[in-house]
Design a protein around this ligand. Sequence first.
Ligand code: EPZ
Length: 416
Amino acid sequence: MDAVRIYGGKCLQGQTTIQGSKNASLPILAATLLINGTCEIENCPDISDVYHMLRLLKSLGCAVKREGTLVRVNTEKLSECDMPSDSVGVMRSSIMLLGALLARTGNVCMEYPGGCVIGSRPINLHIQALRKMGVTIEENETEFCAETVRLKGAVVSLPFVSVGVTENVILAAVLAEGETVIRPAAREPEIQALCEFLQCAGAQIEGIGTDCLVIRGVEGLHPVRYRVPADRIVAGTYLCACMCAGGQIFLRDAPVSHMESILSYAIEMGASVVREKDGILVIGRERQPVCHVLKTGCYPEFPTDMQSPFMAVMAASGQSARIVETVFENRFRIVPALCKMGAEITVHGNTAFVDGSSKLHGAIVQAEELRGGAALVIAALAAEGTSIVTNRHYIDRGYEDIVLSLRELGADAELA
Ligand code: EPZ
């Protein structure tokens, strides 16, 4: 039962409510370690990456309670202890605990983080930045140990934008001695949410939403209740599902202001979108696509996490286009599976050439990572006949019940 079976060809109709953001929830949950007391996180998605983050917090001695999408974390009984490797190693965001634990306890030993196989995912810039902030870090084959008497503010100049490094340095800087400058800082909405959460708790952060963050360390932070924004990548995924299958759907709570680059490419791909105060109305195939090049980049450019879903749309669109991936070095992993479904795609370096003229047909394909797995599911909506996407557990890392959501929108989909 770790697969999805889809019978393609049915248009989507109706509405779906967009879950809270995975990539905002994870660093915010790590940030609760900076606060001695109980924080309440609203709109926290019920997905396996959040499950593993909560498991790691519990392993550190925190009391964790989930009531629907409200999660309470009490860190008063935080105690040093080993974090379970099967939770550390399963996701990239366990690296967020490094900055937070150094700020709270001054030392941490942990295994290297996991994460999707979309690239080598090194942590060299995390380690370089924290060393500049007064942290001693010893690395060996399987784990690394970091310790500091007191974190010190520093000017962290990065060779390129990194979401995770920006988050880790923010977590280390808010209680550090002195001022920390991060440039270029990542500007993603998830970073802005983390900064807003910390500001609510008493942190002093300037430049939110810009590529230069200035953080002045404070003596302490206080517990807060904070609502996580909706997930722009999940909203974009259902937008792509409607472009693949056709029809008209309403994405309730979609974070419109975080999705401008996604929406403009969707319109170029032939969709109609109506921005409303409580979501986005999408008509999947309103006109012929005119998009010829899609290039990923750092926010506010087109997000790399939407690259695979848009490749699925292109493969089913009846027109040719190329995709340039500038963030990760191995993010075309779904190409063989889409070709097995009848797509004609060739890859040269960081560019994929998609000939959308061929019809997609059902096939048995295997998900290898989160967004690629979601892209195969939405490609199956456009394929003729039955498709089975295996390794659904990759998709469950970031999507609350994608099968139920698609069924409610009229897709012929079921767990398999
Ligand atoms: C975050 O990953 C997201 N994950 C990713 O989403 C997202 O694709 C990525 O940011 C880019 O937006 C979470 O927030 C949990 P990076 P992260 O550091 O922090 C290189 C999803 O599907 N790099 O911005 O790992 C790195 O290899 C996931 O939800 C170093 O070289 O991304 C990459 O090429 C997938 N050394 C580039 O920087 C380092 O020390 C950007 O990565 C760190 C990063």
